[in-house]
Ligand binder design. Structure first.
Ligand code: ADP
Ligand code: ZN
Ligand code: ZN
Length: 825
């Protein structure tokens, strides 16, 4: 007995500290045998039990020989990987995120890896109905496959019972690899990518000099001749030529093209705009124009002395073309490139554009991709495969297992959507990218037409390099911006619904010229408020403190915070009167008004109601691109880096709500949004036109937008920030408490404010209730801590952590959700 114990102890003097994918601040120690210790490497996963009977996929963080003092370590269940799935550089980055954003490294682990890597006892597995290749399964795998034919999903407990063994993670992992099953995830809409018809020369003509003999041959068919001539003109651009484009440019019918195909002069082919494989050729990069050449050489110069450079280039100045040159050079040195974009800007437009140059060296990482697709990208990056040399991704791509990054591009660096608000880690991907770049010794390029105040400020302080690009490509002028005073227009009765006669005229003119129009309204639905004109009551959401929004199309009232919906009532819920009025307006109402104003044109709408599903957004963009839609109405989704050739007019229906938003960044944001939306106008040939309707044409921000005066906006806003102690001078940390009991939240926040004031004095602001102070039946209170420039950030966070710990020690406060948000903007 005794000797057995000694022997056991002796073989178990090895330990590993692991990260569990749960919100607990520290790592946990488990014991391993010498053989296991020899085999294990940092970054491999092991299955461990934790708590009463839960099983998790934990990540090895350290391997050592120091037994923990406070508890007897458990043994691990088994090793899940043959080689690490996470690099040490990544772990370093995750540690920074956990420290900086004050969260558990386990939360970073959970956010970072595809959920297929996180098998745990709670996981539910589903069968993949398209799998048929049973010959590749071994006996155990086949057992599970069979079970899944009888019931379409299994819990891990059931799997354990079926296989009659405890260690089931490896079998499941193999089955995921073989695509037999997948673990629970959202089911995405299946999508048939649109096939676009293109024209090329029939192979008989591809070799010879062609043109002359062809023209002679066609000397008596004028239309066909025109088509061929135009084809050769278009061909100089070295892009695939769409059948539709050729028809338009040559002014011929589809019949004419068809007859040329019948004569074996042309042939049709199709390209599927698909993410996974790029079948086209790699084309040479465009030649930069003189301004871009200068910008590129300035960038390189800045990079000689600085790791981070801001490229401030007006909309349509060709920032993307400049990025590509830099990317090409970095790839040539054998290093990887990360190209970050805001989620919504990650469309086939930009993907195809880069694929044109870099072909299959690009992988795309997108939260809307399925788990299997994400695992594939992860593994390709991990192994630094040739198809993962450039990663194009939204914010979570900063977590991928890069081994030698040379360059990170953060496009549209000012975008709010780089900030994750929920769940933790509440990181800003731009800032996390800067740190990631430093870990890899990579260069970081931030690009924007409207840089965030903090990045521009960093450039002014010489922390970042700065390069300006002030000309649009092709010397197309910046759009002309006109402010329309709708107070005036109302007085003169020159409004039809929400359209001034001036805006209507401009739309008319654009449509007349066969150009397209974008209209921006920063609110979806039909109208935000339904109000009883007898007693003033307006229907509220039962779960949130907010009025319901009227959606006319479905005749419903909806809550935009919790998705509650109900039918539109016929009478007032308070007084019974039937005189219900709608106030304010959203995209849906604008769409309807447009349909009445322009019955002969196609109107499209792009907002989160019309873009559900994996490809919803894509479909609308494609339809607008191929000019099936004449006027597109949308929310801020429209502002994100889209490039449409034929848009000559952009209208902003109401600038005022943006300006009156209660947030210290409202003015900066309003400026960025309006300039970005305006930037969609007149991108290719002639000068575009922008019309902004407002009650406040003399508002300084609108003046700055209309003169495209970023510099003045920057100076003025910076003064305000200085005067009122906001970023970039002060840092802000926001604390939010949430609970279903109002009194509890109230007591909690008051306790917290006092405790924090003892330390931080007047730099504690609040408590405040947010504009919507109850969401999904949870009451919400906020407070803000401002950190002066000279105060240590590290110390401040330690003090906050200490106060948080005492808060959580109070029994009544324990059930309250405590949310910390660093740089909460
Ligand atoms: P930005 O990202 O600055 O808004 P883009 O890179 O999208 O600008 O460029 C705007 C348009 O001009 C695109 O259609 C792009 O293809 C074109 N363009 C930019 N630079 C060049 C160039 N040097 N040669 C040819 N076309 C260019
Ligand atoms: Zn009423
Ligand atoms: Zn609600």
């Amino acid at each position: 007995m005794f000797s057995f114990d000694v022997a056991k102890k002796y073989s178990r003097i090895y330990f590993i500290d692991v990260i569990l994918p749960i919100p607990i601040a520290k790592t946990f120690t488990y014991s391993v045998t010498k053989e296991e210790a020899d085999f294990l490497q940092i970054g491999m996963r092991v299955a461990v039990s934790f708590g009463k009977s839960k099983m998790y996929s934990a990540l090895v963080f350290t391997i050592h020989q120091n037994p923990p003092e406070l508890y007897e370590p458990k043994e691990i269940h088994q090793i899940l990987d043959e080689t690490p799935i996470v690099h040490s550089k990544q772990l370093k980055h995750w540690e920074w995120i956990a420290n900086y954003y004050m969260c558990a490294i386990g939360e970073v682990y959970r956010a970072a890896v595809p959920s297929a890597f996180l098998l745990e006892s709670e996981t539910i597995i589903h069968k993949n109905t398209s799998f048929t290749n049973v010959e590749i399964l071994n006996d155990e795998e086949f057992l599970l496959y069979e079970a899944l034919q009888r019931q379409s999903q299994l819990t891990l407990h059931e799997v354990t019972a079926i296989l009659d063994k405890k260690k089931v993670f490896p079998v499941i992992n193999q089955l995921i690899d073989k695509s037999v099953l997948y673990i629970k995830e959202e089911i995405y809409e299946t999508y048939k990518p649109k096939l676009v018809k293109y024209v090329r020369l029939h192979e008989n003509y591809r070799q010879e000099a062609g043109l002359q003999s062809l023209l002679t041959e066609l000397s008596r068919a004028k239309k066909q001749r025109d088509a061929v001539l135009t084809f050769f003109q278009l061909k100089t651009e070295k892009k695939p030529i769409k059948a539709k484009t050729l028809q338009e440019k040559a002014k011929v019918s589809s019949q004419i093209l068809k007859s040329l195909v019948d004569k074996n002069i042309f042939e049709f082919y199709q390209i599927q705009t698909d993410r996974v494989e790029y079948k086209g050729e790699e084309n040479p990069l465009k030649n930069l124009n003189e301004h871009q050449v200068k910008a590129l050489s300035e960038l390189k110069k800045e990079f000689e002395t600085k790791d981070i450079t801001l490229l401030h280039g007006v909309t349509s100045s060709g920032k993307t073309e400049v990025y590509t040159k830099l990317i090409k050079e970095v790839l040539a040195t054998g290093k990887q490139v990360l190209f970050l974009l805001p989620e919504i800007a990650l469309t086939t437009q930009i993907i195809t554009r880069l694929q044109n140059y870099f072909g299959n060296q690009i992988s795309v990482f997108h939260s809307k991709y399925s788990v299997n697709e994400r695992v594939e990208v992860w593994n390709n990056v991990l192994e630094s495969k040739s198809k993962a040399q450039i990663i194009l991704g939204a914010r979570s791509a900063v977590f991928l297992p890069f081994s030698n990054l040379g360059l990170i591009v953060v496009d549209e660096e000012h975008e709010v959507s780089y900030k994750q608000f929920e769940p933790s880690p509440r990181y800003n991907a731009r800032d996390a990218a800067v740190v990631l770049g430093k870990i890899h010794n990579a260069k970081i390029l931030l690009g924007s037409a409207t840089p965030s105040l903090e990045s521009k400020f960093n450039a002014d302080q010489q922390k970042y390099g700065l390069v300006n690009l002030t000309r649009r490509h092709g010397n197309v002028q910046m759009p002309k911006i006109e402010l329309i005073d709708i107070k005036e227009k109302r007085k003169k009765r020159e409004m039809t619904g929400h359209f001034s006669n001036r805006l209507i005229k401009l739309i008319d003119e654009a449509l007349e010229e066969k150009e397209q129009v974008i209209l921006f309204q920063n609110r979806r639905g039909f109208s935000p408020i339904v109000e009883c004109s007898t007693c003033g009551h307006s229907p509220q959401c039962p779960n949130c403190d907010v009025s319901l929004t009227y959606h006319k199309y479905r005749n419903e009232l909806k809550c935009h915070y919790c998705n509650y919906q109900r039918a539109m009532p016929n009478s007032c819920g308070a007084c019974g009167s039937t005189s219900l009025d709608t106030k304010g307006f959203g995209t849906e109402q604008i769409e309807l008004e447009l349909k009445e104003l322009f019955p002969n044109h196609t109107i499209g709408r792009m907002d989160s109601d019309t873009t559900r599903g994996k490809y919803g957004y894509q479909k609308i963009i494609e339809a607008f691109e191929s000019q099936e839609i004449d006027v597109l109405v949308g929310t801020q989704m429209l502002s994100k880096g889209l490039d449409f050739e034929n848009v000559s007019l952009v209208g902003i229906l109401s600038a005022d709500t943006m300006l009156n938003f209660p947030d210290f960044r409202a003015h900066e944001r309003a400026f960025q949004l309006m300039v970005q939306v305006s930037g969609r106008a007149g991108r290719s040939k002639k000068q575009g036109m922008v019309a902004i309707q407002t009650y406040n044409p003399y508002h300084q921000i609108l003046q700055q937008v209309s003169t495209n005066n970023y510099g003045e906006m920057y100076k003025e806003q910076l003064q305000d920030r200085w005067q009122y102690f906001y970023p970039p001078y002060y840092r802000v940390i926001k604390i939010t408490l949430k609970h279903k009991d109002y009194v509890k939240v109230d007591e909690g926040i008051n306790w917290l404010v006092k405790a924090l004031q003892n330390v931080f004095r007047e730099n504690v602001l609040g408590p405040t209730a947010p504009a919507v102070s109850r969401i999904r039946n949870q009451y919400i209170k906020n407070l803000m801590i401002k950190i002066p420039p000279k105060q240590s950030l590290v110390k401040t966070k330690e003090q906050i952590q200490r106060i948080k710990t005492s808060f959580e020690a109070v029994k009544e406060f324990r059930p309250i959700r405590f949310i910390l948000d660093i740089d909460a903007y």
